[in-house]
Write a protein that binds this ligand. Structure first.
Ligand code: PHE
Length: 350
Protein backbone atom coordinates (compact mmCIF):
# COMPACT_ATOMS: atom_id res chain seq x y z
CA UNK A 1 0.00 0.00 0.00
CA UNK A 2 2.84 2.38 0.80
CA UNK A 3 4.34 1.67 -2.62
CA UNK A 4 1.06 2.43 -4.35
CA UNK A 5 0.72 5.75 -2.57
CA UNK A 6 4.29 6.93 -3.02
CA UNK A 7 4.28 6.08 -6.75
CA UNK A 8 1.02 7.95 -7.23
CA UNK A 9 2.36 11.48 -6.93
CA UNK A 10 -1.05 12.95 -6.14
CA UNK A 11 -2.05 15.66 -3.69
CA UNK A 12 -4.59 14.14 -1.32
CA UNK A 13 -6.48 10.97 -0.70
CA UNK A 14 -9.69 11.00 1.25
CA UNK A 15 -10.82 7.73 2.83
CA UNK A 16 -14.33 7.61 4.21
CA UNK A 17 -16.10 4.61 5.67
CA UNK A 18 -19.86 4.82 5.26
CA UNK A 19 -20.99 2.90 8.33
CA UNK A 20 -24.71 2.45 7.50
CA UNK A 21 -23.99 0.69 4.19
CA UNK A 22 -20.55 -0.71 4.88
CA UNK A 23 -19.25 1.00 1.73
CA UNK A 24 -15.84 2.62 1.42
CA UNK A 25 -15.60 5.95 -0.33
CA UNK A 26 -12.16 6.83 -1.68
CA UNK A 27 -11.54 10.20 -3.29
CA UNK A 28 -8.21 10.78 -5.00
CA UNK A 29 -7.26 14.38 -5.63
CA UNK A 30 -4.39 13.85 -8.01
CA UNK A 31 -3.71 17.39 -9.23
CA UNK A 32 -5.31 20.78 -8.90
CA UNK A 33 -2.57 22.49 -10.85
CA UNK A 34 -4.68 23.40 -13.88
CA UNK A 35 -7.96 23.83 -12.00
CA UNK A 36 -10.23 22.10 -9.49
CA UNK A 37 -9.81 18.31 -9.41
CA UNK A 38 -12.60 16.75 -11.47
CA UNK A 39 -13.50 13.17 -12.32
CA UNK A 40 -16.21 10.57 -12.30
CA UNK A 41 -17.55 8.48 -9.44
CA UNK A 42 -17.04 4.77 -9.99
CA UNK A 43 -19.23 2.47 -7.96
CA UNK A 44 -18.62 -1.24 -7.89
CA UNK A 45 -17.66 -4.26 -5.82
CA UNK A 46 -13.93 -4.80 -5.45
CA UNK A 47 -12.38 -7.97 -4.05
CA UNK A 48 -10.63 -5.89 -1.37
CA UNK A 49 -9.86 -2.34 -0.32
CA UNK A 50 -6.42 -2.50 -1.86
CA UNK A 51 -7.94 -3.10 -5.33
CA UNK A 52 -10.28 -0.13 -4.87
CA UNK A 53 -7.35 2.02 -3.76
CA UNK A 54 -5.21 1.01 -6.75
CA UNK A 55 -8.13 1.88 -9.04
CA UNK A 56 -8.81 5.33 -7.59
CA UNK A 57 -5.14 6.27 -7.68
CA UNK A 58 -4.68 5.32 -11.32
CA UNK A 59 -7.99 6.71 -12.47
CA UNK A 60 -7.40 10.05 -10.75
CA UNK A 61 -3.97 10.42 -12.37
CA UNK A 62 -5.58 9.58 -15.72
CA UNK A 63 -8.00 12.49 -15.24
CA UNK A 64 -5.09 14.89 -14.71
CA UNK A 65 -3.54 13.86 -18.03
CA UNK A 66 -6.95 13.79 -19.72
CA UNK A 67 -7.57 17.47 -19.01
CA UNK A 68 -3.92 18.50 -19.37
CA UNK A 69 -3.48 17.23 -22.94
CA UNK A 70 -6.05 19.64 -24.42
CA UNK A 71 -5.00 22.27 -21.85
CA UNK A 72 -8.43 22.51 -20.26
CA UNK A 73 -8.56 24.38 -16.92
CA UNK A 74 -9.48 21.42 -14.70
CA UNK A 75 -7.40 19.16 -12.50
CA UNK A 76 -7.57 15.42 -12.05
CA UNK A 77 -9.45 13.46 -9.42
CA UNK A 78 -11.66 10.42 -9.12
CA UNK A 79 -13.93 8.80 -6.59
CA UNK A 80 -14.35 5.10 -6.07
CA UNK A 81 -17.18 3.75 -3.96
CA UNK A 82 -16.51 0.19 -2.98
CA UNK A 83 -19.93 -1.26 -2.27
CA UNK A 84 -20.66 -4.56 -0.57
CA UNK A 85 -22.02 -7.25 -2.93
CA UNK A 86 -25.30 -7.45 -1.01
CA UNK A 87 -26.11 -3.72 -1.01
CA UNK A 88 -29.89 -3.34 -1.22
CA UNK A 89 -31.44 -0.97 -3.78
CA UNK A 90 -32.93 1.16 -0.99
CA UNK A 91 -29.57 1.45 0.71
CA UNK A 92 -27.94 2.61 -2.50
CA UNK A 93 -29.94 5.86 -2.70
CA UNK A 94 -29.17 6.70 0.92
CA UNK A 95 -25.49 6.02 0.33
CA UNK A 96 -25.48 8.34 -2.69
CA UNK A 97 -27.15 11.05 -0.61
CA UNK A 98 -24.52 10.80 2.10
CA UNK A 99 -21.83 10.80 -0.57
CA UNK A 100 -23.39 14.01 -1.93
CA UNK A 101 -23.07 15.56 1.53
CA UNK A 102 -19.40 14.70 1.54
CA UNK A 103 -18.94 16.31 -1.90
CA UNK A 104 -20.73 19.39 -0.58
CA UNK A 105 -18.50 19.53 2.50
CA UNK A 106 -15.40 19.42 0.32
CA UNK A 107 -16.64 22.73 -1.04
CA UNK A 108 -15.24 22.40 -4.57
CA UNK A 109 -12.01 20.58 -3.80
CA UNK A 110 -13.45 17.75 -5.89
CA UNK A 111 -16.04 17.94 -8.68
CA UNK A 112 -17.63 14.79 -9.98
CA UNK A 113 -19.65 13.15 -12.74
CA UNK A 114 -20.70 9.63 -13.71
CA UNK A 115 -18.41 6.69 -14.38
CA UNK A 116 -18.71 2.89 -14.37
CA UNK A 117 -21.60 1.97 -12.07
CA UNK A 118 -23.18 5.43 -11.81
CA UNK A 119 -25.65 7.30 -14.04
CA UNK A 120 -27.04 10.76 -14.63
CA UNK A 121 -29.97 9.88 -12.36
CA UNK A 122 -27.43 9.10 -9.63
CA UNK A 123 -25.85 12.52 -10.23
CA UNK A 124 -29.25 14.09 -9.49
CA UNK A 125 -29.26 12.35 -6.11
CA UNK A 126 -25.64 13.27 -5.33
CA UNK A 127 -26.36 16.88 -6.34
CA UNK A 128 -29.12 17.23 -3.71
CA UNK A 129 -26.40 18.10 -1.22
CA UNK A 130 -23.39 18.08 -3.54
CA UNK A 131 -24.41 20.85 -5.98
CA UNK A 132 -22.86 22.73 -7.69
CA UNK A 133 -19.94 20.31 -7.74
CA UNK A 134 -21.76 17.64 -9.74
CA UNK A 135 -21.73 17.36 -13.53
CA UNK A 136 -24.01 15.38 -15.86
CA UNK A 137 -27.28 15.68 -13.96
CA UNK A 138 -30.31 14.73 -16.08
CA UNK A 139 -31.73 17.46 -18.34
CA UNK A 140 -34.89 17.42 -16.15
CA UNK A 141 -32.73 18.38 -13.19
CA UNK A 142 -30.96 21.07 -15.17
CA UNK A 143 -27.85 19.12 -16.21
CA UNK A 144 -26.40 18.20 -19.58
CA UNK A 145 -27.19 14.51 -19.16
CA UNK A 146 -24.94 11.53 -19.65
CA UNK A 147 -21.37 11.87 -20.89
CA UNK A 148 -21.43 8.68 -23.02
CA UNK A 149 -22.37 10.25 -26.39
CA UNK A 150 -19.64 12.91 -26.24
CA UNK A 151 -17.08 10.33 -25.16
CA UNK A 152 -18.12 8.12 -28.09
CA UNK A 153 -17.84 11.07 -30.46
CA UNK A 154 -14.24 11.67 -29.38
CA UNK A 155 -13.34 7.99 -29.69
CA UNK A 156 -14.87 7.98 -33.16
CA UNK A 157 -12.81 11.05 -34.12
CA UNK A 158 -9.71 9.28 -32.77
CA UNK A 159 -10.41 6.18 -34.84
CA UNK A 160 -10.79 8.32 -37.95
CA UNK A 161 -7.48 10.10 -37.44
CA UNK A 162 -5.66 6.86 -36.65
CA UNK A 163 -7.09 5.14 -39.75
CA UNK A 164 -6.10 8.07 -41.89
CA UNK A 165 -2.56 8.29 -40.55
CA UNK A 166 -1.75 4.64 -39.92
CA UNK A 167 -3.75 2.86 -42.62
CA UNK A 168 -3.97 5.66 -45.15
CA UNK A 169 -7.75 5.32 -45.11
CA UNK A 170 -9.54 8.67 -45.10
CA UNK A 171 -12.92 6.93 -45.18
CA UNK A 172 -14.03 4.15 -42.88
CA UNK A 173 -16.06 2.10 -45.32
CA UNK A 174 -14.81 -1.44 -45.21
CA UNK A 175 -12.46 -0.78 -42.30
CA UNK A 176 -12.81 -3.69 -39.87
CA UNK A 177 -13.50 -2.56 -36.31
CA UNK A 178 -14.02 -4.69 -33.22
CA UNK A 179 -15.91 -2.86 -30.46
CA UNK A 180 -15.60 -4.46 -27.04
CA UNK A 181 -18.47 -3.40 -24.77
CA UNK A 182 -21.75 -1.93 -25.98
CA UNK A 183 -22.58 0.28 -23.00
CA UNK A 184 -23.14 4.03 -23.13
CA UNK A 185 -19.87 4.64 -25.01
CA UNK A 186 -19.50 1.45 -27.07
CA UNK A 187 -23.14 1.49 -28.19
CA UNK A 188 -22.92 5.06 -29.46
CA UNK A 189 -19.58 4.36 -31.10
CA UNK A 190 -21.16 1.47 -33.00
CA UNK A 191 -23.80 3.88 -34.33
CA UNK A 192 -21.16 6.28 -35.69
CA UNK A 193 -19.14 3.46 -37.20
CA UNK A 194 -22.14 1.85 -38.87
CA UNK A 195 -23.09 5.15 -40.41
CA UNK A 196 -19.56 5.50 -41.78
CA UNK A 197 -19.77 2.06 -43.35
CA UNK A 198 -17.22 0.26 -41.19
CA UNK A 199 -17.27 -3.54 -41.10
CA UNK A 200 -18.16 -4.15 -37.48
CA UNK A 201 -17.98 -6.94 -34.98
CA UNK A 202 -18.56 -6.68 -31.24
CA UNK A 203 -17.95 -8.38 -27.94
CA UNK A 204 -20.24 -8.17 -24.93
CA UNK A 205 -21.10 -10.18 -21.83
CA UNK A 206 -24.68 -9.05 -21.28
CA UNK A 207 -27.10 -11.49 -22.94
CA UNK A 208 -29.73 -8.91 -23.86
CA UNK A 209 -27.19 -6.64 -25.48
CA UNK A 210 -25.71 -9.59 -27.38
CA UNK A 211 -29.14 -10.42 -28.75
CA UNK A 212 -29.73 -6.82 -29.80
CA UNK A 213 -26.47 -6.33 -31.67
CA UNK A 214 -26.20 -9.84 -33.11
CA UNK A 215 -29.80 -10.73 -33.92
CA UNK A 216 -31.38 -7.36 -34.55
CA UNK A 217 -28.50 -5.41 -36.07
CA UNK A 218 -26.80 -8.46 -37.59
CA UNK A 219 -23.30 -7.72 -36.27
CA UNK A 220 -20.83 -10.54 -35.83
CA UNK A 221 -20.43 -11.48 -32.17
CA UNK A 222 -16.98 -12.24 -30.77
CA UNK A 223 -16.85 -14.12 -27.43
CA UNK A 224 -14.73 -12.44 -24.74
CA UNK A 225 -12.00 -15.08 -24.89
CA UNK A 226 -11.43 -14.46 -28.60
CA UNK A 227 -11.26 -10.66 -28.64
CA UNK A 228 -7.47 -10.47 -28.69
CA UNK A 229 -7.10 -13.09 -31.42
CA UNK A 230 -9.56 -11.46 -33.78
CA UNK A 231 -8.23 -10.24 -37.10
CA UNK A 232 -9.31 -6.60 -37.56
CA UNK A 233 -7.97 -3.15 -38.42
CA UNK A 234 -9.10 -1.41 -35.24
CA UNK A 235 -9.70 -2.84 -31.80
CA UNK A 236 -11.82 -0.48 -29.66
CA UNK A 237 -11.89 -1.48 -25.96
CA UNK A 238 -14.97 0.20 -24.47
CA UNK A 239 -15.58 -2.00 -21.46
CA UNK A 240 -13.26 -2.27 -18.47
CA UNK A 241 -9.55 -1.50 -18.14
CA UNK A 242 -6.47 -3.71 -18.05
CA UNK A 243 -7.18 -5.42 -21.39
CA UNK A 244 -3.67 -4.87 -22.78
CA UNK A 245 -0.98 -6.84 -20.96
CA UNK A 246 2.02 -9.12 -21.47
CA UNK A 247 -0.28 -12.02 -22.29
CA UNK A 248 -2.76 -10.30 -24.65
CA UNK A 249 -0.47 -7.91 -26.58
CA UNK A 250 1.47 -10.70 -28.38
CA UNK A 251 -1.85 -12.15 -29.53
CA UNK A 252 -3.33 -8.96 -31.02
CA UNK A 253 -4.13 -9.10 -34.74
CA UNK A 254 -5.09 -5.46 -35.28
CA UNK A 255 -3.20 -2.41 -36.55
CA UNK A 256 -4.73 0.15 -34.20
CA UNK A 257 -6.09 0.11 -30.64
CA UNK A 258 -8.41 3.05 -29.91
CA UNK A 259 -11.29 2.82 -27.47
CA UNK A 260 -13.17 4.49 -24.65
CA UNK A 261 -12.22 2.39 -21.62
CA UNK A 262 -10.01 3.98 -18.95
CA UNK A 263 -6.70 2.32 -17.97
CA UNK A 264 -6.43 -0.02 -20.94
CA UNK A 265 -2.76 -0.80 -20.28
CA UNK A 266 -2.28 -3.15 -17.34
CA UNK A 267 1.16 -1.67 -16.59
CA UNK A 268 3.50 0.98 -17.95
CA UNK A 269 5.69 -1.53 -19.80
CA UNK A 270 2.73 -2.45 -22.00
CA UNK A 271 3.09 0.81 -23.92
CA UNK A 272 6.48 -0.35 -25.23
CA UNK A 273 5.23 -3.88 -25.78
CA UNK A 274 2.51 -2.67 -28.07
CA UNK A 275 4.80 -0.30 -29.93
CA UNK A 276 7.29 -3.13 -30.49
CA UNK A 277 4.52 -5.03 -32.25
CA UNK A 278 4.01 -2.16 -34.69
CA UNK A 279 0.49 -1.53 -33.44
CA UNK A 280 -0.62 2.06 -32.88
CA UNK A 281 -2.16 2.50 -29.46
CA UNK A 282 -4.21 5.69 -29.10
CA UNK A 283 -3.74 6.50 -25.39
CA UNK A 284 -7.02 5.95 -23.59
CA UNK A 285 -7.21 9.29 -21.83
CA UNK A 286 -6.48 11.09 -25.09
CA UNK A 287 -9.34 9.57 -27.08
CA UNK A 288 -11.87 9.19 -24.25
CA UNK A 289 -11.65 12.84 -23.18
CA UNK A 290 -14.95 13.71 -24.90
CA UNK A 291 -17.38 13.25 -22.03
CA UNK A 292 -15.25 14.98 -19.42
CA UNK A 293 -14.20 17.82 -21.72
CA UNK A 294 -17.54 18.32 -23.46
CA UNK A 295 -19.77 18.22 -20.41
CA UNK A 296 -17.45 20.27 -18.24
CA UNK A 297 -17.31 22.79 -21.08
CA UNK A 298 -21.08 22.92 -21.43
CA UNK A 299 -21.84 23.12 -17.72
CA UNK A 300 -19.01 25.31 -16.46
CA UNK A 301 -17.88 27.32 -19.49
CA UNK A 302 -21.21 27.90 -21.21
CA UNK A 303 -20.41 25.99 -24.41
CA UNK A 304 -23.35 25.03 -26.61
CA UNK A 305 -23.76 21.37 -27.50
CA UNK A 306 -22.48 22.07 -31.00
CA UNK A 307 -19.43 23.87 -29.65
CA UNK A 308 -18.74 20.99 -27.28
CA UNK A 309 -18.91 18.46 -30.12
CA UNK A 310 -16.58 20.56 -32.22
CA UNK A 311 -14.08 21.05 -29.40
CA UNK A 312 -14.08 17.35 -28.61
CA UNK A 313 -13.41 16.33 -32.22
CA UNK A 314 -10.73 18.99 -32.65
CA UNK A 315 -8.97 18.23 -29.35
CA UNK A 316 -8.74 14.51 -30.02
CA UNK A 317 -7.59 15.10 -33.58
CA UNK A 318 -4.94 17.61 -32.70
CA UNK A 319 -3.60 15.55 -29.81
CA UNK A 320 -3.38 12.32 -31.78
CA UNK A 321 -1.62 13.97 -34.72
CA UNK A 322 0.93 15.42 -32.36
CA UNK A 323 1.38 12.12 -30.56
CA UNK A 324 1.91 10.25 -33.83
CA UNK A 325 4.49 12.79 -34.91
CA UNK A 326 6.31 12.82 -31.56
CA UNK A 327 6.46 9.07 -31.17
CA UNK A 328 7.83 8.70 -34.68
CA UNK A 329 10.39 11.52 -34.38
CA UNK A 330 11.57 10.61 -30.89
CA UNK A 331 11.21 6.85 -31.07
CA UNK A 332 8.97 6.70 -28.03
CA UNK A 333 5.62 5.01 -27.36
CA UNK A 334 2.37 6.88 -27.95
CA UNK A 335 1.72 6.74 -24.21
CA UNK A 336 5.11 8.32 -23.45
CA UNK A 337 4.40 11.04 -26.04
CA UNK A 338 0.99 11.78 -24.52
CA UNK A 339 2.53 11.94 -21.06
CA UNK A 340 5.12 14.44 -22.30
CA UNK A 341 2.43 16.68 -23.76
CA UNK A 342 0.53 16.53 -20.47
CA UNK A 343 3.67 17.23 -18.44
CA UNK A 344 4.48 20.24 -20.62
CA UNK A 345 1.07 21.73 -19.86
CA UNK A 346 1.37 20.98 -16.19
CA UNK A 347 4.78 22.60 -15.87
CA UNK A 348 3.83 25.58 -18.09
CA UNK A 349 1.10 26.75 -15.78
CA UNK A 350 2.20 28.99 -12.99
N1 PHE B 1 -16.32 9.12 -16.66
C1 PHE B 1 -15.76 10.35 -17.08
C2 PHE B 1 -14.32 10.15 -17.52
O1 PHE B 1 -13.66 9.20 -17.14
C3 PHE B 1 -15.80 11.29 -15.93
C4 PHE B 1 -16.49 12.61 -16.09
C5 PHE B 1 -17.64 12.79 -16.78
C6 PHE B 1 -15.97 13.67 -15.45
C7 PHE B 1 -18.21 14.04 -16.90
C8 PHE B 1 -16.54 14.91 -15.52
C9 PHE B 1 -17.66 15.11 -16.25
O2 PHE B 1 -13.79 10.92 -18.27
Amino acid sequence: MEGLLSDWGGERLLVHHDHPSGAWILIGIHSSRLGPATGGTRMQCYPDLQAALADVLRLSAGMTYKYAVPGFPRGGGKAVIRVPADLEPGARGALLRRYGELIGELGGMFWTGPDVGTSSADMDVIAEAGAPYVFCRTPEAGGAGTSGPLTALGVYAGIRVACQEVLGRAQLDGVRVLVQGTGSVGGKLIEHLREAGAELCFSEVDERAIEHYRDQLGLRFVPSGEVCDTDCDVYAPCALGGVLDAETIPRLRCRIVAGGANNQLAEEADAERIRARGIFYAPDYVVNVGGALGITGIESMGWSEAQAAERVIESVREALLRILEMSEAQGISSEAAARRIAQERLSDST
